[in-house]
Each structure stands twice: as C-alpha cells, then as structure tokens.
Design a protein around this ligand. Sequence first.
Ligand SMILES: [Zn+2]
Length: 151
Amino acid sequence: MKRKINEIVIHCSATEYGNRSLFKRWHRKLGWDDVGYHFIILNSYPQKKIWDNKTPDFSSDGKVVKGRPVEKAGAHVRLHNDNTIGICLVGDRTFTGRQFGSLKKLVKKLQAQYKINSVKGHYEFDTAIEQGKTCPNIDMDRLRKLLSVSG
Ligand SMILES: [Zn+2]
C-alpha cells in the first residue's frame, strides 16, 4: 500500500561530518534496518577522517544523497514517520550556502511530486518537544522564508 505523505521534516546530523553509510551504521545500532532519513545533504566533510585531518572535500558540499526509499516510512521523528519525508543536513550548528541551495531545490521537487504543503523542523513536533530536541538548530520561520514554504 502506498503511504500518504503530507509533510517534510528537516533535521541536522548534530555532527560536523557524516554521510549515508556512517548514519546507517549509527541507526542500525539503534535497531533500525536502514538509515532513518530519506535524504542527506552533505557538507565538505563526508568522513570523520576528513574532518580530523582538516582536509575538506569541497566537491561533496551540497550533494544530495538518497537514504531510505521515500515509499518506505522513515525513522527520524518519533510517532510522525508514517506521513513524513525526513531530510538531514550534515552539520551541527553551521551549514553551508550550498547545503541550503540544495535543500531549497529538493524541497521544491518533493512538494511538487507528492503535493506537500507543510515543511517543519524536527523540534516543532510534540514528541521532539518532550525529548527536548533542538534539531535542526535553525530557526524554522527563518528557514521557511528562505525556502518559500509554509509550516
Ligand atoms: Zn532531527
């Protein structure tokens, strides 16, 4: 059965580096069978080694990587996975202009494809408030203005 999608949820990795395989490994440790996000938007540090060595890979900045297939419910926002698509920006408090540019394009595409109006940050969900989450560490009203979307 096709799932009904009506909301996009923005996350951050809360790490300075990362990529699909790293998050998949972490998420598998949580007992999930695949990475919890549907899309990951990389910065210049796809691997820890690159971060540690201070040798950014500029070509990976802003790259959109597919995570869990959109047809499958993700594992990214407690009790709200059935009807949402999860997008993760790699970073903790700082993100690049290229990441925001890619996010804007991706959100626009998904909105058109799945007829989605609502774009929210993880921290705006009731379950995230209970968990004290601040993810994606970006003021969502400000981000929605950039993305030209509603909440
Ligand atoms: Zn999150």
